[in-house]
Unconditional design. Structure first.
Length: 137
């Protein structure tokens, strides 16, 4: 079986690297890519992905808004957040909106592990998410 992955990333160079990386995983193919949430929402119906790799920081509509809308339209769609935000608050919000996985950018082994886990039916939590403590006044 071949799994289809759609990539939502606003930076062209990063998007190209992700397309190349995902394309080389066995049993996985890239079925589409987009630089904005709006563009991705338009293309997803025709792309029929099994999983969408989602950046949180996007122009106009952010990745969290995208996740919420994508889950409303395609409830069974797997959503893996790949982000530069490693604070736990972003991870919690991502899962609250409907994401199934969360991984920080910068580690290809963790990304591969997350993709394989999720496509196999699991979830993925970023082990390095930072918890920020706030002192009460």
């Amino acid at each position: 079986m071949t799994y289809k992955v759609f990539i939502l990333e606003d930076h062209a160079n990063m998007r190209a690297e992700l397309v190349e990386f995902v394309s080389h995983l066995p049993g996985v193919e890239v079925c589409g890519e987009a630089e904005s949430a709006e563009d991705a929402l338009e293309r997803l119906a025709d792309a029929h992905p099994d999983l969408v790799l989602v950046d949180i920081s996007l122009p106009r509509k952010n990745g969290l808004d995208f996740i919420r809308e994508a889950k409303e339209r395609w409830p069974g769609l797997l959503l893996l957040v790949l982000t530069g935000h490693d604070e736990s608050v972003y991870m919690l919000r991502s899962f609250g909106e409907g994401a199934h996985g969360y991984v920080a950018k910068g580690n290809s082994d963790r990304l591969k592990e997350a993709l394989i886990s999720m496509l196999g039916g699991g979830e993925h939590l970023e082990r390095r998410a930072k918890v920020k403590l706030v002192k009460k006044k």
